[in-house]
Ligand binder design. Structure first.
Ligand code: NAD
Length: 503
């Protein structure tokens, strides 16, 4: 089912998403009919496209003639019936089932039986929307990300009745529009909005548990975790109301599975209309005053250990290079551990708190959090056992500073921040894979392009080791006694197939 460049594309709703999608379609040569229930909104949508294109011309990224050509191809229309000749219609109106059902039912009447009827919904069941259409085989989710002209990802979502031809024609169309299409089944949150939930949830939990101030949590995930933005600052940009609504919709979509439990802290922000950037106040005040991060002050040379030894095994590739100058000692029996003066142990988090590790080892312990790339990361995140003396903690921090890293010290809690966030993302990605939401490759692509994660969650899990991820989650589940950290069965299966990791 080929959709040619001459095919007329209809867009319903000319808000943020509709206008962006109309711009994408017209930029790739299609005549576009843009309809909104409010004629003023249609005019505003076209004006927004005009100004976006004008900026590109001003920056020398687009010729003026091209801008004029794109604008000439977009026709604002005042009646839905003017979409009758469209080959594909993309609905981007209100996020309400009844509105979408009514629009698609009307369009099914108006348009040719071959017209593909798609919706940009981020959370509503495609099957439910399609049930209002006599021929639901031609209905699919065509889920763009905001801003549509910039974001590379499109999720092509199949409901129960969506035909293979419809889904593959939309994938081809998205690709022709310069996007990467991933295919998924209509489960709550599709791929990105579901698998990304723990990224926000773990940050809210850390904030609620007073692990560190928000700017430290954000910096840890950004600078050490390798994510393009911290989770809390990102929710301020998305809008606390919008982000909270997506979380609630996924939570309810999964029969209130505790894995997706929304945050009370975020709910408070929403109730108080602290919506983020758009209301001037969210987690942060906007415009944001960049505040200096509370890096650990350089420890004095006197803090340095006289004797430093490390275990042979258990280091990640990037960390291996950092620890390489330290003498390997076969007497160091725990893996991925550095001993300082037989007094302090510096080790990777295994899912327990530093305090619990110190209790077990009978020594002072400083834990190191996960970094996406230990060598390139400008900062490392550490936590000290409460039993440590200040001098013992200083010894370990001094060593980290010798690696030319800034160090952020967070309060001691199990699993550390980046580690538990990534472990939860891996778990969610595997759960989506096991339930047939999408292929392994599409899940990774979706998270890399839809939310710009440094690695897809499944590729990340393979690098970290499934057993290690399972271990972290099991320890968290034991500690909290909560369903939230329940490892999915595919993680257990993959762990069973793997060689034991050096612990
Ligand atoms: P928006 O509020 O900016 O725009 C919605 C537009 O739809 C408005 O102009 C409104 O007048 C119009 N509208 C309302 N009822 C209508 C009807 N019956 N017929 C025609 N037009 C109607 O919303 P948005 O952010 O562009 O979101 C649109 C859709 O895209 C929603 O389903 C949303 O969930 C989804 N989505 C949004 C984002 C995002 O980040 N904003 C991302 C992906 C998907």
């Amino acid at each position: 089912m080929n959709i040619s460049e001459q095919a007329v594309i209809g867009v319903v709703g000319s808000g943020a998403m509709g206008a962006g999608i109309a711009q994408v379609a017209a930029s790739h040569g299609h005549p576009v009919r843009l309809y909104d229930i409010s004629p003023q909104a249609t005019r505003q949508g076209i004006a927004r496209i005009d100004s976006a294109l004008a900026k590109r011309v001003a920056k020398g990224k687009m010729a003026e003639t091209e801008r004029q050509g794109i604008l000439a191809r977009i026709q604002g229309v005042g009646e839905l019936s003017q979409l009758a000749e469209c080959r594909v219609v993309i609905e981007a109106a209100l996020e309400q089932l009844e509105v979408k059902q009514q629009l698609l039912a009307e369009l099914a009447n108006l348009c040719d039986p071959g017209t593909l009827l798609t919706t940009n919904t981020s959370s509503i069941s495609i099957t439910a929307i399609a049930s209002a259409v006599p021929d639901p085989g031609r209905v699919a989710g065509f889920h763009f990300f905001n801003p549509a002209p910039v974001m590379k990802l499109v999720e092509v979502v199949s409901g129960l009745e969506t035909s293979e031809q419809t889904a593959s024609a939309l994938c081809e169309l998205a690709q022709r529009w310069g996007k990467t299409a991933v295919r998924c089944q209509a489960m709550p949150g599709f791929i990105v909005n579901r698998v990304a939930r723990p990224f926000y949830a773990e940050a809210w939990r850390a904030l609620e548990q007073q692990v560190a101030p928000p700017e430290v949590l954000d910096a840890a995930l950004r600078e050490s975790g390798g994510f393009p933005m911290g989770p809390l600052e990102l929710t301020d940009l998305i809008g606390q109301d919008v982000n909270f609504a997506v979380t609630c919709s996924v939570f309810n979509g999964f029969w209130q599975d505790r894995r997706f439990l929304p945050s009370l802290h975020q709910q408070e922000l929403v109730l108080g209309r602290r919506l983020g950037q758009k209301s001037g106040q969210g987690v942060y005040g906007w415009p944001r005053n960049p505040s200096a991060l509370p890096f650990v002050a350089p420890e004095p040379a006197a803090a340095s250990a006289r004797q430093i030894r490390r275990s042979r095994e258990g280091w990640f590739a990037g960390l291996e290079a950092l620890v390489a100058p330290i003498a390997i000692s076969d007497n160091v029996t725990n893996k991925a551990v550095i001993e300082l003066d037989d007094d302090v142990v510096l080790m990777l988090s295994r899912g327990d708190s530093a305090g619990a590790e110190a209790q077990r080892l009978g020594r002072a312990v400083v834990l190191l959090d996960l970094a996406a790339d230990y060598q390139r990361s400008p900062l490392l995140v550490a936590a000290a056992a409460p039993q440590n003396t200040p001098n013992q903690t200083a010894k370990a921090l001094h060593l980290l500073q010798q690696w030319d890293k800034q160090v952020l010290l967070i309060n001691d809690y199990p699993g550390m921040l980046v580690w538990r966030t990534v472990a939860m993302l891996v778990n969610e990605g595997l759960d989506a894979l096991q339930k047939g939401v999408a292929s392994e490759q599409d899940i990774d692509t979706a998270l890399r392009l839809g939310v710009n994660y440094p690695m897809g969650p499944l590729a990340w899990g393979a690098v970290l080791g499934w057993r290690r991820v399972l271990d972290i989650l099991e320890r968290l589940q034991r500690h909290y006694g909560e369903e939230r950290y329940r490892p999915c069965s595919l993680l257990r299966e993959r762990s069973l197939m793997e060689q034991p990791y050096a612990q």
